[in-house]
Design a protein around this ligand. Structure first.
Ligand SMILES: N[C@@H](CCC(=O)N[C@@H](CS)C(=O)NCC(=O)O)C(=O)O
Length: 267
């Protein structure tokens, strides 16, 4: 079906919300004032197959126009003064908005979801909101941080990298078992896509791929509900657009392979 970008106008709710027919949450959109967001005011600082992918998935789902600006990891551009002026932590992603620069994937997702309330998260008065928030925070605070420790143990415990990595892989198995047990439907919370469904598949992809030669701990057979969720997310046109932009193939989450990006480097 025709897919239009969300447009915000002063003093009214978003117009032309024809993202996808199964976005039942759209019907819950509030009548309150939505902010003005002029086209092309969003700049996503990204590297292929980095955490910026999660933000790109949300931008694509919401149909928001954005410019993707490469952070060239092959020359450690994330450490450059220019990028540190955007994100002082030197981490990818960052999103430039009319409200200033945002960093932290979970914060960016929440800000974006707040531009179109009800599209990618339960509304504040929805009983499902609490479950959504607690798992979103767990994924952002704990799951993603554990993945970082598996990828970059030298940043957390120099001299004890192997021990830290082993400990974090074992921890991750337990965390993923708990996330698996919490899946409620085709998407994490049930029938409706949320930011959580855009966050988990990239994390699982990275567990399967990185670091090269060090992913034996990751056992897809333990997490069938999450694998089905991955298949459901990667069937979406928004996901296919994001995957194409970053060279991730047609099954980026259920059958991940090394990326072949049109520009930049994943590591
Ligand atoms: N907590 C941050 C973590 C982001 C993160 O780990 N980004 C990685 C890429 S996936 C990164 O910038 N790595 C480069 C580095 O650590 O130097 C967030 O959620 O945005």
């Amino acid at each position: 079906m025709a897919r239009e970008a969300i447009r915000w106008r002063p003093g009214c709710k978003p117009a032309a919300r024809t993202i996808a027919p199964h976005h039942v949450a759209i019907a819950r959109a509030p009548q309150r004032r939505a902010p003005i967001l002029a086209p092309m005011t969003l700049i996503l600082h990204y590297a292929p197959d980095n955490a910026s992918l999660i933000v790109r998935l949300a931008l694509e789902e919401l149909g928001l126009p954005y410019e993707a600006r490469l952070v060239d990891r092959s020359v450690r551009a994330q450490d450059s003064a220019a990028y540190r002026a955007i994100n002082p932590h030197g981490l990818i992603p960052a999103l430039e908005t009319r409200d200033g620069v945002l960093f932290e994937t979970g914060a960016i997702l929440t800000w974006l979801e707040g531009r179109a309330p009800g599209t990618l998260a339960p509304m504040p008065d929805d009983p499902a909101r609490g479950d959504y928030l607690k798992w979103l925070f767990f994924i952002s605070n704990t799951l993603q941080t554990t993945v970082r420790m598996i990828f970059y143990p030298e940043k957390y415990c120099p001299g004890h990298e192997a021990a830290l990595r082993a400990q974090m892989c074992a921890q991750m198995v337990q965390y993923l078992d708990r996330v698996e047990a919490a899946v409620r439907g085709p998407f994490f919370g049930g029938d409706t896509l949320s930011c959580i469904d855009l966050y988990l598949p990239p994390l699982l992809r990275w567990c399967a791929l990185y670091p090269g030669g060090g992913t034996d701990w990751f056992d897809i057979a333990r997490i069938p509900a999450l694998m089905q969720l991955c298949r459901n997310v990667e069937a979406r046109p928004a996901t296919l657009r994001a995957a194409a932009a970053e060279g991730l193939g047609d099954a980026p989450f259920s059958a991940p392979a090394e990326p072949d990006p049109p520009e930049g480097s994943a590591t």
